[in-house]
Design a protein around this ligand. Structure first.
Ligand SMILES: *[C@@H]1O[C@H](CO)[C@@H](O)[C@H](O)[C@H]1NC(C)=O
Ligand SMILES: *[C@@H]1O[C@H](CO)[C@@H](O)[C@H](O)[C@H]1NC(C)=O
Ligand SMILES: *[C@@H]1O[C@H](CO)[C@@H](O)[C@H](O)[C@H]1NC(C)=O
Ligand SMILES: *[C@@H]1O[C@H](CO)[C@@H](O)[C@H](O)[C@H]1NC(C)=O
Ligand SMILES: [Zn+2]
Length: 292
């Protein structure tokens, strides 16, 4: 086999390995992010969002937030919009890192957030507004999952195979998408998603209430600040690699420090999504809201 052919085989294998996994937050993570956002919308934004939701969502944004993952096969062009991998220096740089697999400019999660925010803000945009809303809500979740700004070399942890509590074979990316959330649910929240959501919401009114204004603060009023969210994720991804090698077994000593990071990222994703939707649909520029 020639070197080029070998390289091609490896690339195809890598792409195949990535395909099912590279979604950032599994269904639960996206549901929680969007549920938290729903609780923080103004009445105008709630009405506008409900008006755009597809019928099958039954008026609930949270239930529709995994749509871009479900439809990803039908829309292969959207694949790279779910993440923004980095060289592993714990930093995200838009100019350097926000591109598609062939270097297509802006085709990363930050570009996607900017694209669909602008589309919803512009009533003359040719893009389908329902799809713009579902992409925006989904990508706000994705950009907060640290492994979605992980290293390009291991496809955001997808090629690092690990076992979880000596039983489940998985990879480092999926640990952050699903496993930490599922283990948290079973250890602390009676396997119940709404119990977990309530615990995170309680923190929004207590432990985090003094810092939440910072979460939505942005120096440039005109952007969504999505660069900042990706920078935070890139920074959080570095410690997530520490002590993890090929075929590591991860359990309590990995889970316990990871759980609060995951819960906070879900909270931040929700608060920021609400702030963006409120800004789009009711001209609000601050997300601090009455109705948690
Ligand atoms: C912007 O949205 C359109 C419509 O979905 C899509 O074709 C395009 O690739 C998107 N670009 C980015 C950077 O998200
Ligand atoms: C907009 O997108 C949704 C979801 O894909 C689809 O059901 C709907 O038919 C689209 N609307 C238009 C006008 O194309
Ligand atoms: C609540 O906030 C505290 C302090 O930041 C943190 O230790 C704890 O894990 C948080 N709990 C939840 C459910 O997010
Ligand atoms: C944004 O906030 C500033 C100060 O808080 C306020 O003066 C301004 O009217 C707000 N803009 C909109 C569009 O709500
Ligand atoms: Zn995704």
């Amino acid at each position: 086999m020639g070197l080029l052919v070998l390289l091609q085989v490896l690339l195809v294998a890598a792409a195949a390995a990535r395909a099912p996994a590279a979604r950032a937050w599994g269904v639960e993570g996206h549901y929680m992010t969007c549920k938290i956002a729903e609780g923080l919308l103004t009445s105008e934004a709630t009405t506008a969002v409900k008006g755009l939701l597809p019928g099958w969502a039954n008026g609930e944004l949270a239930g529709a937030c995994s749509w871009p993952d479900i439809e990803r096969r039908r829309m292969p062009w959207s694949g790279s919009l779910h993440f923004a991998d980095t060289p592993g220096d714990c930093k995200f740089s838009y100019a350097r890192d926000c591109h598609g697999p062939k270097g297509e400019k802006d085709m990363c999660v930050v570009g996607g957030i900017n694209n669909y925010t602008a589309a919803l803000q512009d009533s003359s945009s040719p893009y389908n507004r329902t799809e713009s809303l579902l992409f925006l809500a989904h990508f706000l979740g994705d950009v907060h999952q640290p492994m979605h700004c992980g290293r390009t070399a291991d496809l955001g942890g997808n090629t690092i195979l690990v076992t979880w509590y000596s039983t489940a074979k998985t990879n480092l990316h999926k640990v952050w998408d699903d496993k930490v959330i599922q283990t948290a649910m079973s250890k602390f929240y009676k396997d119940d998603l709404s119990t977990m959501i309530d615990a995170i919401k309680l923190n929004l009114t207590e432990d985090w209430c003094t810092e939440e204004n910072q979460w939505t603060a942005c120096s440039t009023q005109t952007t969504t600040c999505a660069d900042k969210y990706a920078e935070e994720s890139a920074e959080l991804s570095c410690p997530a690699y520490v002590g993890v090698g090929q075929y590591s077994n991860l359990e309590d000593e990995y889970f316990f420090p990871a759980m609060p990071v995951v819960e906070k990222r879900i909270a931040q994703g929700g608060v920021r999504l609400a702030a963006i939707l409120n800004r789009i649909f009711s001209g609000e520029n601050n997300s601090r809201l009455q109705s948690l």
